[in-house]
Design a protein. Structure first.
Length: 550
């Protein structure tokens, strides 16, 4: 047998017999580099004098890494892990100079300036009890949701007067904490259309409310579970229980409403509506939307007018109400009348707050709120299509359609004179505007994709959509433009552009209704026997009644 000194390093490492040649027969056969062993690998006397050094440990890591039980590189003011995962990075008070003798001193780093606000504490607590969701899966899960390069996100800061997340007494289990953290880091970002995370109302408005409300906490966990359901189906049971709990608590809140409980109830109902809309198959969202409309019109809610809470609720309701008119073909619930006379003379946004003058985007709308009013006008027209029974009614119908088109033209002229928006917002606005124009054309003229105006609208929409990068904050505004342009596309190339973008949005946004919207388009494409048989609205009504393009 060969002596230990003749065994090569590779054979010794894998504990295989070595013939001692140079190179040995095994390394030569496998094409490996054959190197002799180092003397310290087999000399017991040398091994005893070169013991493995004790691992150095430091207690100077950031609080976020400590909570997640991760090693921190202690780079200040924000460590690498927190920067990579877009987590808040806060630091403990300076450690006393008299450290344990078995611990090495922490690396010298430049001290960051003291924060004047408290960072959100997002501690996961102990290890998860369900095997499918563990803290170690967080990085991989976020990577699957956002496979494309994302813009760097800043830490979400709350003023010191806001309740800390760790103080939320309604997180009763590890599943609750997991769903809550998922909402903070992933769901709230998918919901917001703003580039500025500090202005995300799904964080700065709802989280302090959730810290004092079991109902809002429950509906947040339900919404988070709806988002996580596709990746971790086992979490849905916990989310479903919380959804039922939130429903039961809304009735209690409305029993004796005041200015606080009415906001709590309205926010809960609106988030319940969002949960059902994102499911993509449920039609319960209609009842939630009507309930929210009744709450907004109540005397108790009027006491909140011009507050941040009122702005959040009225803006979110206006957005959901306007987008759902595509599926309902009914006038917006806050609109007093559905007559075409009202439509052509006095349709105004009296009940919807204007955007701040210093911003061209809004976290809920993402684009100009006026476009959602135009969408409501178009769907009021759609509700009157069946009344085109004679030449006189046809003339009145087309006159109303011309009035809506003129309003859109006037808005576009004013919009061009306003401050230049962000590039992504500008492209999303163009896509949405032409989607409304195309829908107006379909309501008046029908669904023939060979029409000259349809060709122009599809080109405008797809050109704008392709310039919006993946995972952009306004990507959620593209669902309706993609569906209506895809349903009017005849060429395979255009259909693949639409389908590919929808599949990307299924990952970047993560909600199930996007998948159902893609399946709707595939049904339209597969069932069209000729170029003029492209009525996507009829397919949605008969086969996908729960799909709303929010």
């Amino acid at each position: 047998m060969d002596t230990p000194g003749r065994v090569c390093a590779r054979c010794a490492r894998i504990k295989q017999r070595c013939d001692g040649s140079q190179p040995c027969s095994r390394c030569k056969r496998l094409g490996h580099s054959c190197k002799p062993r180092s003397p310290t690998e087999y000399d017991p006397t040398l091994m005893s004098t070169s013991r493995r050094p004790r691992a150095s440990r430091s207690r100077g890591g950031c609080l976020s890494c400590k909570a997640r039980k991760k090693k921190c590189d202690e780079k200040r003011p924000r460590c690498s892990d927190c920067r990579r995962l877009s987590l808040p990075c806060s630091w403990p008070p300076s450690i006393s100079a008299t450290n344990d003798t078995h611990q090495s001193s922490s690396p010298e780093t430049q001290s960051g300036r003291p924060d004047d606000t408290d960072l959100i504490d997002v501690s996961d607590g102990d290890r998860m009890s369900i095997a499918s969701i563990t803290p170690q899966d967080d990085d991989e899960f976020i990577a699957t949701l956002f496979p494309h390069p994302l813009p760097e996100q800043r830490s979400v800061l709350l003023p010191t007067s806001r309740p800390l997340l760790s103080a939320n007494p309604y997180l009763c289990s590890e599943e609750d904490r997991s769903l809550y953290n998922h909402y903070i880091h992933v769901v709230s970002r998918a919901l917001s259309r703003s580039h500025d995370t500090d202005r995300n109302p799904f964080l700065i408005t709802l989280l302090p409310l959730a810290a004092a409300s079991d109902a809002v906490t429950s509906v947040i966990l339900s919404l988070s579970g709806c988002h996580w359901r596709r990746v971790y189906p086992s979490i849905w049971g916990c989310a479903l229980k919380r959804q039922g709990k939130a429903l039961a608590q809304v009735n209690r809140l409305l029993g004796d409403p005041d200015h606080h409980t009415i906001f709590e109830a309205c926010a809960t109902v609106l988030l319940l509506c969002l949960t059902e809309l994102f499911d993509g198959t449920s039609r319960v969202w209609k009842w939630h939307l009507k309930a929210a409309s009744a709450i907004l019109k109540s005397p108790a809610f009027r006491s909140l007018v011009s507050t941040d809470e009122w702005t959040f609720c009225i803006s979110l309701f206006h957005y959901l109400d306007s987008m759902s008119t595509i599926s309902r073909c009914k006038p917006p619930l806050l609109h007093e009348s559905d007559s075409m006379t009202e439509l052509t003379t006095s349709f105004r946004r009296g009940s919807v707050p204007a955007l701040e003058q210093s911003r061209s985007t809004d976290a809920i709308y993402g684009i100009s709120p006026a476009l959602f009013d135009f969408l409501g006008m178009v769907n009021i027209l759609a509700n009157h299509r069946s009344k085109r029974v004679d030449e006189l009614s046809e003339m009145g119908f087309r006159a109303a359609a011309s009035q809506v088109e003129s309003r859109i033209d006037e808005w576009r002229a004013d919009h061009n004179r306003s401050a230049e928006p962000e590039p992504d917002t500008k492209r999303a606005t163009t896509a949405f505007e032409w989607a409304i124009r195309l829908r107006l054309h379909q309501v008046v003229e029908g669904y023939d994709p060979a029409h000259e105006f349809v060709e122009r609208a599809v080109v405008e929409i797809l050109d704008a959509v392709q310039l919006v990068p993946y995972a952009s904050s306004v990507e959620g505004c593209l669902l309706f433009p993609l569906v209506i342009s895809g349903s009017s596309s005849v060429s395979i190339e255009r259909r693949m552009i639409v389908k590919e973008r929808l599949m990307v949005m299924e990952n970047t946004l993560g909600f199930s209704h996007i998948q159902h919207a893609r399946q709707l388009l595939e049904t339209v494409w597969g069932g069209a026997t000729n170029a003029s048989d492209m009525n996507w609205a009829a397919v949605r009504y008969s086969q996908f009644p729960g799909v709303v393009f929010v």
